[in-house]
Design a protein. Structure first.
Length: 295
C-alpha cells in the first residue's frame, strides 16, 4: 500500500492536540507519517508533538506565517504518494485513511477525495452531521452551488500542483480544492470519516468580509477559462450570488444596509432564497440575525 503524509499545521494548539494525533495513531491504515509544522507556538504544542516519536517529522517556522504559507512549507517535506490534512482540534474516525486510500489506489485519475463530517463543539459533543451531495466523478458543479469539501476529510494525490495561494488569508484551501475539482475526477465518500470541531464566534464580521473577497478572487481566476464559463453557466450565476450574499452579511453587520440591498438586488431572481434574503435586508438588523439563527 502507498504511504500517506499527514500535514498538521499548529499554532498554540495544545488543548486538543493529543486527541487529534491519537486519532491518527488509531487508524486501521498504518503506512503514514505526520509532517508537523509548528508555526511558532507559544504553548506546549511542541512538547506534545515530540513525545510521539519517530513517525512525526517536527518542523518549526522561523516566524509566525499565514496559514497558506505554513502549509506550503510543510508540503516540501511530504514524501508520501498521498497527502492528507488534520488540524490540531479535529479528529479522524479510525477507518478514514483505509477507506480513502484503497479506493483512490484503484483509479489513478482520482486526484482528490473527501467525505462526510460529524460536527462537534468545544466539548466534543456532536452538533450535526453532513454527507456530501456530490457523487464521484465531476463534482465541480456541486461545489459552485454549495461548497462541501471539508479539509480535514481530504486526501490528495501528491504532485507538484499542490500549492496554497499565499495571497489568501482566510481560504487558501477553498482556492486549491475548487481548482482541482474544476479539472479533475474526485472520489466522494458517502460516509462519515472525520469529526470537525466548530468553535463559537469563528465566523466574525472580518472573516465574512475576507471570505467574500477571497471567494470572488478564486472564482474570477477559475472563470478566466471560457470553457468552464460556458459549461457551468447556471452554477456560475449561483456562485457569484453567494459572493454577494457574504458581502451583504458583512455590510449589514457594520450597518451599511443600503449597500447590502444593492448587492442582493443584483441577484434577487437567482432563486427564491435570494429573493427572501433581498427582502430581509430591508428589515432591521435583528430581523436578519434572527432569520439566520433559525434558518
Amino acid at each position: 500500500m502507498p504511504k500517506v503524509s499527514i500535514l498538521m499545521n499548529c499554532f498554540d494548539g495544545e488543548k486538543y492536540l493529543a486527541e487529534a494525533i491519537d486519532s491518527i495513531y488509531a487508524q486501521t491504515f498504518d503506512d503514514w507519517e505526520i509532517v508537523f509544522v509548528d508555526n511558532c507556538s507559544t504553548d506546549n504544542s511542541a512538547g506534545i508533538a515530540k513525545n510521539y516519536g519517530s513517525k512525526i517529522k517536527y518542523l518549526k517556522t522561523k516566524e509566525n506565517i499565514p496559514l497558506g504559507a505554513a502549509r506550503n512549507f510543510g508540503l516540501k517535506f511530504c514524501d508520501g504518494e498521498y497527502v492528507a490534512f488534520l488540524d490540531t482540534d479535529d479528529i479522524w474516525l479510525k477507518d478514514k485513511l483505509m477507506t480513502q486510500i484503497v479506493q483512490m489506489d484503484l483509479d489513478k485519475d482520482m486526484m482528490l477525495c473527501y467525505g462526510g463530517v460529524i460536527n462537534i463543539n468545544k466539548d466534543g459533543k456532536e452538533t450535526g452531521r453532513s454527507i456530501p451531495q456530490a457523487t464521484t466523478g465531476d463534482v465541480f458543479a456541486q461545489q459552485l452551488k454549495r461548497y462541501e469539501v471539508n479539509m480535514q476529510s481530504v486526501v490528495l494525490r501528491n504532485n507538484s500542483k499542490i500549492y496554497f495561494d499565499e495571497k489568501l488569508y482566510f481560504s487558501p484551501d477553498f482556492e486549491l480544492f475548487l481548482n482541482i475539482t474544476s479539472t479533475s475526477k474526485v472520489l466522494v465518500i458517502k460516509d462519515y470519516i472525520v469529526k470537525y470541531r466548530k468553535l463559537e464566534n469563528s465566523l466574525t464580521s472580518k472573516n465574512i468580509a475576507m471570505w467574500s473577497s477571497e471567494m470572488q478572487y478564486t472564482l474570477d481566476k477559475i472563470f478566466l477559462n471560457k470553457r468552464l464559463r460556458e459549461k457551468y453557466q447556471k452554477e456560475h450565476v449561483v456562485a457569484y450570488a453567494k459572493v454577494a450574499y457574504y458581502k451583504a452579511r458583512y455590510l449589514i453587520s457594520i450597518d451599511k444596509r443600503g449597500e447590502a440591498n444593492d448587492e442582493l438586488s443584483k441577484h434577487k431572481f437567482v432563486s427564491f432564497q435570494y429573493f427572501v434574503l433581498y427582502v430581509l435586508s430591508f428589515f432591521p438588523r435583528f430581523v436578519w440575525a434572527f432569520a439566520h439563527k433559525h434558518r
